[in-house]
Design a protein around this ligand. Structure first.
Ligand code: NAD
Length: 352
């Protein structure tokens, strides 16, 4: 047994179909009396449903969340929250909405409550990314960690099959990197492996039948575990590459994670054999990278960066940006190695 440090993050998790109906009681337990509900414009109806459940505890709806939290929208949301005298922020939606509520919490110190409807895991982390002048900066601060998370699989029934598949693999990516991350320990590794297994089992069923509540519950449970792993362990090569491809080339978040993950795993396979064995076991395959690639196929996801609109001539620049600052990774990062990885991801080759 290796030496390790394990630090649990605080936060209450309430899980189960229909549990959003307990929202008002849960919020009252927190001591909040004036809750501002956040959503994207597209999820306005869900926000209205939550405001209805909160009744007099709701002071308004702010339905202006946009992917990657533009700083000016965060400032606007902050003003709206202060004008209403809100003492807590409820985010109903995916990482986009939770990100906006976190940005406001960062400025005011008031608590975030999350009702996640995707599998990206932001609700379990103290990580906040805000985009200013085209650059996304990430901070880690306990003020943004949601104090209460209600996982209600019924809220995910409307998530389209195509979004569900890639969102779930985005969740799996957190757990894969948690297995070889710098602060990995027996507890986070156990959580990560169980999270991958739950999502890998559930996602093909979710994509086949998006209304399958049992499969939705399994997927959401896996997303919770994978988000917890993301929160506790430092990420490495895979997240760095996706950050570069999203931030500098505008590629979509979950789709990019889905395409890059098998190749990042293949790159790290020789240097992280124990982690790869756990990923393979969770997927029920012999080999982690090809198992991840096959899962992407099974959920009908795109497997090539060229299909996301990346130009082949951008690969050199992407490799250069991704290797200019050193960071920890099980296998040393080389420019040629990353360029070859990106070439495989660009063409969507199945890892050998
Ligand atoms: P998202 O929140 O943008 O949602 C993806 C799509 O699904 C959107 O089009 C949304 O409208 C739709 N959708 C969501 N719920 C739905 C529902 N119930 N029914 C129908 N459609 C629904 O996507 P995401 O992948 O969850 O979040 C991405 C953002 O979160 C990125 O900015 C990413 O960087 C950030 N993120 C942050 C963390 C963190 O720890 N800070 C972790 C993961 C992701």
């Amino acid at each position: 047994m290796h030496n390790f440090v394990y630090e649990a993050l605080p936060g209450r998790v309430v899980f189960g179909a229909g549990r959003r109906e307990r929202l008002a009681e849960e919020v009252a337990e927190l001591g909040a009396k004036k809750v501002l509900v956040f959503s994207t414009p597209g999820r306005r109806a869900l926000a209205e449903e939550m405001a209805g459940i909160l009744g007099p505890l709701a002071v308004g709806i702010h339905d202006k969340a946009v992917m990657h939290v533009p700083a000016e929208l965060a400032a606007e949301a902050c003003e709206a929250a202060e004008a209403l005298g809100a003492d807590a922020y409820l985010a109903v939606g995916g990482g986009t909405t939770i990100g906006l509520a976190k940005a406001v919490a960062m400025a005011t110190g008031r608590p975030v409550i999350a009702l996640p409807t995707t599998y990206s895991g932001s609700e379990m982390t103290a990580i906040l990314g805000v985009t200013e002048a085209g650059v996304k900066r990430t901070v880690v601060d306990r003020r943004v960690l949601p104090r209460l998370v209600i996982y209600d699989p019924e809220l995910t029934l409307g998530l389209p099959a195509a979004v569900s598949g890639v969102s779930g693999i985005n969740g799996i990516a957190h757990a894969v990197e948690a297995l070889y991350g710098e602060r990995a320990n027996p507890i986070t590794s156990m959580t990560a492996e169980a999270g991958i297994a739950a999502l890998a089992r559930a996602l093909p069923a979710v994509v086949r039948a998006p209304g399958d509540l049992e499969a939705r519950g399994q997927a959401l449970y896996g997303a919770w575990l994978c988000g917890s792993a993301l929160a506790a362990v430092d990420m490495a090569l895979h997240h760095k590459l996706c950050h570069v491809l999203g931030g500098s080339f505008g590629l979509p978040h979950a789709e990019t994670h889905t395409i890059v993950l098998p190749h990042a795993a293949a790159y790290n396979r020789p240097a992280a054999p124990e982690a790869m064995a756990r990923v393979a076991r969770a997927l029920g395959t012999e080999d982690a990278p090809s198992g991840l690639y096959d899962l992407a196929l099974a959920v009908g996801a795109k497997t090539a960066l060229k299909d996301l609109g990346l130009a082949e001539e951008d690969l050199d620049r992407a490799a250069q940006i991704a290797t200019q600052n050193p960071y920890r990774n099980p296998r040393p990062i080389t420019r040629d190695g990353i360029r070859a990885l990106l070439d495989d991801a660009y063409h969507g080759r199945r890892p050998a």
